[in-house]
Ligand binder design. Structure first.
Ligand code: AHG
Ligand code: MN
Ligand code: MN
Length: 330
């Protein structure tokens, strides 16, 4: 039998390779891993107990919120509060950030989308959790909004958990992207996808093509190109699941601006930045159609952006169609 490397062991080993690491980020990552095991347990029970129905509320971005979103949100917040390594959080499901009081001056803040793909919860289709960790910039006892409004390039770590046919956690601290599969019999995330590298190019495009007529002409021209090429289409409707497939098999995932959402649908801080860090870490590209996602300076927590990410050759190709298009990209 090959040696099993658990997530906790991998995090500790990686920390040993960094002479100045204090262990705080490692501890925070382990706490997120623990929280995600609890969320995974609850997601797996969703069909059994009545927690999957709509909660009849909307989140601050105007989307339907379902009960499991809030459960995942509360679980993550309480795990991060107990962690002691995090001085503030911001969640897609919260109006604003929440400072966390810790016994010491914690260095990190965490942003997350507690449950991505919520329209897929009650049909047993893959959903996920996305997280981004930044070093705080402020020195006061409490964190401030500026700690959260940092460019994605400043992320100390990012990752997601995919609740799919198995539960997987994929994370990066900027030195390689590694994937772990949860073995429910031992309750451990085990290294299953070491050093993930995205294929340079592929033939899979992933977009909600029903919006075709609402997209700007550059995105339309790129979709026309995909349809006229030897490409195939896959679209799950959970960004985590679509991006996970893109990381492993290659391809491009994109959500352009639409007439009703001229700034795009997906959130820069909770969804696009962490997934962009992972995709870039695996050798891919992530763009808003013109500029690198990780270089966007956010001005608000719930900011949205168009996004094009995946195999570098395919993102380059999409950008070329957008550049050549005469339409204003908004
Ligand atoms: P969330 O469930 O966190 O609100 O995110 C849903 C997002 C994303 O996961 C997915 O890629 C996209 O919405 C799907 O949108 P459409 O249904 O408009 O295609
Ligand atoms: Mn989401
Ligand atoms: Mn969500």
């Amino acid at each position: 039998m090959n040696k099993i490397i658990s997530l906790d062991e991998h995090i500790i080993q990686s920390q040993r390779n960094l002479p100045y690491a204090t262990g705080e980020l490692s501890s925070l990552l382990r706490d997120i891993g623990l929280a995600s095991k609890i969320v995974s347990r609850e997601v797996n029970k969703a069909g059994l107990v009545d927690i999957a129905g709509r909660a009849d509320t909307e989140n601050t971005s105007g989307d339907d919120v379902q009960k499991l979103d809030m459960l995942a949100n509360d679980l993550l917040i309480s795990c991060l509060k107990n962690s002691g390594e995090c001085c503030g959080i911001a969640s897609e499901e919260e109006d604003t950030f929440k400072p966390i009081k810790t016994h010491k001056q914690s260095k990190y803040i965490v942003l997350f989308d507690p449950l991505d793909g919520s329209s897929n919860i009650d049909v047993n289709v893959s959903i996920g959790t996305i997280f981004a960790i930044y070093r705080r910039q402020s020195y006061d006892s409490q964190c401030t909004i500026d700690d959260f409004l940092q460019k994605g390039v400043k992320q100390a770590a990012a990752g997601y958990v995919l609740y799919g046919s198995s539960t997987m956690l994929v994370y990066t601290t900027g030195r390689g992207v590694n994937g772990f599969t949860l073995d429910p019999s031992i309750g451990e995330f085990c290294l299953s996808h070491p050093n993930i590298k995205i294929p340079q190019k592929s033939n899979i495009y992933s977009v909600n093509q029903a919006n075709y007529k609402k997209y700007p002409s550059g995105a339309q021209a790129y979709i026309d190109h995909c349809m006229n090429s030897d490409y195939t289409q896959r679209y799950i409707g959970s960004m985590v699941a679509d991006v996970h497939r893109t990381l492993i098999k290659g391809g491009i995932f994109f959500y352009p601006a639409t007439k009703s959402k001229p700034k795009g649908k997906l959130r820069l801080l909770y969804e696009c930045n962490p997934l962009a860090m992972l995709v870039e870490g695996a050798g891919g590209k992530a763009s808003d159609g013109k500029n690198r996602i990780l270089d966007i300076l956010p001005t608000e927590l719930h900011q949205r952006t168009p996004v094009f990410l995946g195999s570098p050759d395919m993102v380059d190709e999409a950008e070329a169609f957008i550049r050549e298009s005469l339409s204003v990209y908004s």
